[in-house]
Design a protein around this ligand. Structure first.
Ligand code: NAD
Ligand code: UDP
Length: 350
């Protein structure tokens, strides 16, 4: 009895693997490593002292995917694999639709073929588009603002239709808010390629001296200090949410969506202050114009997950900042630190 984790080498996937292994599950991990490194998988094994098969397989290669189901007894799938950069999805919509949607269709086809009908899917708060009001409940209107968001909405619809066609399916749609932070060991964390798009990795790279200053995208929103407000959630809390969702899908059938957030919103300036306090490093910043398509405030009503999954975020902002900083300080080059050609740079940074 094993759980297949797609995208298990990625930021959220690697933390989810740790929580699943710690909860006693056997794993099979799949990732094409397009946005991750095998080193994260190696560290998951090191941290848990547990073994599991890893397949460097692309979901678009359905034959290779099927081999995984042939070789292992899979009982449920946690499906995190996907591309997630909003700007890139606007520039390359076909690439995003093909990767995220065709990849998911292939997965569901193979799951059906092998009678595996338990699925936990990584959706996103992006499916709420520009929310009319906050906090956002699961019943808030759904809309997409960009091709990335559209892929999440479409996949949610595909999964609803799949259940309508076959009532044996049991599917949890997990709508993540803003995952930040890292494993408290400092061995796993977010390893963005190039200049980060998201706030916390940008801040940590300013803190370590890789980037000169933070650009704050607008201070004219209808929020307490004018900067954007988001619901930041510790990635370990988020990972634990997958274990709870998995326990729910075993017991039921149907499709259900859950917000995974803390229910508390923090502004960009509050995040900067909290990070400075946790790290002792000052973050130089400059306010520039708003980022196109950005919203003022977005935070969850997480009560449904508490009632139905028995899950609630436990870690506060201080821990999120502290763990993000520990990861960045200990791994200034992300997972690349073992590479020969980066050793010199590492010495300089340290
Ligand atoms: P990530 O990029 O670190 O992880 C995704 C993994 O999927 C990567 O390791 C990548 O190599 C793999 N992948 C992509 N396409 C693949 C394919 N065709 N076949 C096999 N593997 C493939 O991203 P993450 O932050 O860990 O996000 C995980 C999931 O959560 C994604 O689906 C993302 O859209 C969703 N999500 C993330 C956030 C966030 O802020 N990080 C928020 C909401 C939802
Ligand atoms: N943000 C910012 N500078 C950055 C990155 C983000 O001011 O370099 C702001 C952004 O406008 C938003 C918040 O930080 O208000 C969180 O942005 P992120 O991209 O991390 O998450 P998302 O907007 O996708 O929820």
């Amino acid at each position: 009895m094993a759980i297949l984790v797609t995208g298990g080498a990625g930021y959220i996937g690697s933390h989810t693997c740790i929580e699943l292994l710690n909860a006693g599950y056997e794993l099979v991990v799949l990732d094409n490593l397009v946005n991750s490194k095998f080193e994260s998988v190696r560290r998951v094994k090191e941290l848990t002292n547990k073994e599991f098969p890893f397949y460097k397989v692309d979901l678009l290669h359905i034959d290779k995917l099927e081999e995984i189901f042939k070789e292992n007894t899979i009982d449920a799938v946690i499906h995190l694999a996907g591309l997630k950069a909003v700007g890139e999805s606007v520039e390359q919509p076909l690439f995003y639709y093909h990767n995220n949607i065709t990849g998911t269709l292939n997965l569901c086809k193979v799951m059906s073929l092998y009678g595996v009908k338990n699925l936990v899917f990584s959706s996103s708060a992006t499916v709420y588009g520009l929310p009319d009001s906050v906090p956002i409940t699961e019943n808030s209107p759904l809309q997409a603002k960009n091709p990335y968001g559209q892929t999440k909405l479409m996949i949610e619809q595909v999964l609803q239709d799949l259940y309508q066609s076959d009532k044996e399916w049991s599917i949890s749609l997990l709508r993540y808010f803003n995952p930040i932070g890292a494993h408290e060991s400092g061995r796993l964390g977010e390893d963005p390629q190039g200049i980060p798009n998201n706030l916390m990795p940008y801040i940590t790279q300013v803190a370590i001296g890789k980037l000169p200053e933070l650009h704050i995208f607008g201070n004219n929103y209808s929020t307490a200090d004018g900067t954007g407000v988001r619901d930041y959630i510790h990635v370990v809390d988020l990972a634990k949410g997958h274990v709870c969702a998995l326990e729910k899908v075993w017991k039921t059938t149907g499709v259900d969506a859950f917000n995974l957030g803390t229910g508390k919103g923090y502004s960009v300036l509050e995040i900067v202050q909290a990070f400075e306090k946790a790290s002792g490093v000052e973050i130089p910043f400059r306010v520039i114009g708003p980022r196109p398509g950005d919203i003022g405030a977005c935070y969850a009503d997480p009560i449904k997950a508490k009632i139905n999954l028995g899950w609630q975020a436990q870690r506060g902002l201080e821990e999120m900042c502290r763990d993000a900083w520990r990861w960045q300080e200990q791994n200034p080059l992300g997972y690349e630190t073992n590479k020969k050609d980066t050793t010199l740079k590492l010495d300089v940074l340290l």
